[in-house]
Design a protein around this ligand. Sequence first.
Ligand code: AMP
Length: 297
Amino acid sequence: MSKVVSQESSPRVADSVAEVRAAVHTARQSGLKIGFVPTMGALHVGHVSLIEQARAECGYVIVSIFVNPTQFGPNEDFNRYPRPREMDLRICGDAGADLVFYPSVETMYPAGHRTFVEVGGLSDILEGAIRPGHFRGVATVVTKLFNIVQADRAYFGQKDYQQQTLIRVMTRELDLPTEVITCETIRDPDGLALSSRNAYLSPAERQSGLSLSRALRLADQRVASGDRDVAQIQSAMRQEMEQTSGLKLDYAVIVHHESLTPLSEAEPTMVALVAARVGTTRLIDNMILRLPSNTKS
Ligand code: AMP
């Protein structure tokens, strides 16, 4: 039965820039708002939540599925990254996408491609320090996709907090005409943030991975109860993660929620960012922390 439903809701698939532009032109002529959800595929409920929000707010919804080689380091998982094409198309259709842009690497980066976008500062800290060149790849592909789709709104997950921060800054500074919308992180009931990379985890590694959300909840509880000692809370987060077997901490920090720079004292709104390796899999997660409004400095 689900097969029939899926076939009925199959979205149109475009593999060329010209096809996307033509579809967008037609949708615009009908007065529809364009919503855009960029992804690398291997779609899960987190991606579906973005597509559904786009569906609720826009008349025409485009999802892109592109495993972007320029955002992977030479020793990262570009080749083994999952690419379940048929399943992804079905998920897009069921979530309400009108068009899926599924370009090849050659379409996005024809031989000789040499233009890249760099967002100063934000590209080199935290994830950028551990994954050199990653955000240059992200900024470049998102700029290209934004120019191809020319959406009214584009939807990103809070799950990749530094990425959405960087894209907001880049969109503003390059005067790109697309509004960036950030959607909440979807988690499994045990707290693990959904990620395409969770598929790599063995059951034991998955257990170790729960330490990230535990560290974030710990920070959240302390800040919510009025604790303003950022350094102490950070070290409690680190301790939680460092004592977890099978997990290698990359960072656990509390930083300014926009600039992502370290804080010398607590602010009303902050963000806790954590990253670790479990086996060969990298996991990241984050949580916005809010001091209770009655806390005195
Ligand atoms: P990716 O396919 O990993 O590049 O992710 C595509 C988009 O989905 C990005 O904007 C991610 O932040 C978002 N995303 C990934 N995981 C989640 C999640 N668990 N909840 C909400 N959004 C997510």
